[in-house]
Design a protein around this ligand. Structure first.
Ligand code: ATP
Length: 267
């Protein structure tokens, strides 16, 4: 477990140009970026950086991408974890992991700690199906966030699609007290996202990304990226030098079929 929670240095990171749409979230994150870039400017004003941000939205809408892009823009390291990293049956293991995470964060500061699938760590205490061990683990996280020494310059970001499932203590001031909404992309957002993912792909002239953006209502960024990737794989299998509209259509059919097989209802 030596390599757990190691920071990704700033040089290997993304920027906001890699994120399509998410206009509101982008705006909400500007001050965190500004702070991490030049903490002294804010400190001179007596301003503290927001300590915890909750990224709320459906799966695949770019929450992880945003956290990494904020780190990239600010030029700080990012440490990634998932709520499930802390779900351990054995007594004390979950809270030990939380301490390890905080320890790595203090070493890497200034940095962003990003916790995906936060519901499985930050869920309500006292729920019937929640074990005592999970509560101990959450308590440890709150202790680490509240702790003073060396926590300056650590911004905690957590992603969830079930904000209502979180323990109210998680949302108190000085913890995850700021909500950043990351919704499904609009048609314009979908076009932006498609363009980002098509940047490194040779497209045939018959591929109309604008039309594709119109036709993909309800698709998340992850689904759009997957669609283009499946199309690219189809083009390779077809020995085609470019991705043509038929590859995208075949990819769409393949994805839809996969969902039918998986028992997902398509509306
Ligand atoms: P989950 O809640 O399921 O963890 P998420 O909101 O964190 O999902 P990401 O992991 O950031 O979503 O997205 C998965 C992938 O989908 C990204 O690596 C990227 O390729 C693509 N993607 C998602 N949203 C966007 C976006 N807004 N712009 C560009 N690409 C996106």
């Amino acid at each position: 477990t030596k390599g757990r929670f190691l920071p990704t240095p700033p040089s290997r990171q993304l920027t906001l140009a890699d994120v399509g749409g998410a206009q509101e979230a982008r705006a909400d994150l500007q001050d965190v970026i500004a702070y991490l870039r030049d903490p002294a400017r804010f400190q001179a004003m007596g301003a503290k950086c927001p300590k915890g941000l909750l990224l709320v939205g459906p799966p695949g809408t770019g929450k992880t991408l945003l956290a990494r892009a904020v780190a990239g823009e600010a030029g700080v390291a990012v440490i990634q974890a998932a709520g499930s990293d802390f779900n351990e049956m054995y007594v004390g293991v979950g809270s030990k992991r939380v301490r390890q995470l905080a320890e790595q964060a203090r070493k890497a500061a200034p940095c962003i700690v990003f916790i995906d699938e936060f519901d499985s760590l930050g869920g309500r205490r006292g729920r019937p199906n929640r074990s005592g061990e999970e509560e101990v683990t959450l308590n440890q996280l709150l202790v680490e966030m509240d702790g003073m020494a060396g926590s300056e310059g650590i911004v905690w970001m957590a992603a969830t699609n079930r904000e209502d499932m979180l323990d109210p203590a998680v949302r108190r001031p000085g913890r995850f007290d700021r909500i950043v909404e990351v919704g499904l992309p609009t048609a314009q957002d979908r076009l932006d996202i498609l363009k980002i993912h098509a940047k490194s792909a040779p497209l045939a002239p018959d591929v109309d990304l604008e039309r594709l953006a119109q036709l993909t209502v309800g698709h998340s960024g992850a689904e759009l990226a997957n669609l283009l990737n499946e199309a690219a794989i189809g083009a390779v299998q077809d020995d085609s030098p470019v991705i043509a509209m038929r590859h995208i259509e075949q990819a769409r059919d393949k994805i839809l079929l996969g969902r039918v097989r998986a028992g997902v209802v398509i509306s």
